[in-house]
Design a binder for this molecule. Structure first.
Ligand code: ZN
Ligand code: ZN
Length: 156
């Protein structure tokens, strides 16, 4: 394997995971998987919510890829992909659970245009706490807030 192939696989996986997360959030979690995701669109009563199970589910392919690649010796490429999935999970957790939902207390305030748009995008996702009629399903990319607000209005 070329010495750059691993890191490139890793970065491509992180980018592709955003597309996967968007699809899973829009069509699985706001679809047949709503029974778990619904807890995330209700006020949390304890430390955890049923929706946290998704994080555990999505960690399985990452662990499996590490095990297959390194544990069973099928090649480091698998581990780089598994690492990309794990890195996306960590980025998602920091953005979604820490920055937006403040499950860990902090004083960070979004200042860059990109971060402001991202935070606003996810707040607008929570503007409607129902299975249907909501907007902005991504986590590392969000359309401009004006666009999202117009779409929210059209959904009413
Ligand atoms: Zn949602
Ligand atoms: Zn959220």
């Amino acid at each position: 394997m070329h010495h750059l192939a691993g890191p490139l696989l890793f970065l491509a996986t992180v980018a592709l995971m955003e597309g996967f997360a968007y699809g899973a959030h829009r069509w699985l979690m706001h679809g047949p998987g709503w029974f778990l995701h619904e807890s995330h669109h209700r006020p949390r009563t304890g430390m955890f919510e049923a929706n946290d199970l998704y994080a555990a589910i999505f960690a399985v392919p990452s662990i499996a890829l590490f095990w297959w690649g390194i544990g069973l010796g099928h090649g480091a490429s698998y581990a780089w992909i598994g690492g990309g999935i794990a890195a996306y999970g960590a980025i998602y957790f920091i953005f979604h659970d820490v920055i937006v939902h403040k499950r860990v207390s902090h004083h960070y305030v979004a200042r860059s245009a990109y971060m402001k748009r991202l935070v606003q995008g996810h707040r607008l996702h929570h503007a409607v706490e129902s299975k249907e009629g909501t907007v902005s399903f991504g986590f590392l990319y969000a359309p401009p807030a004006a666009k999202l607000k117009a779409r929210l209005k059209a959904e009413q």
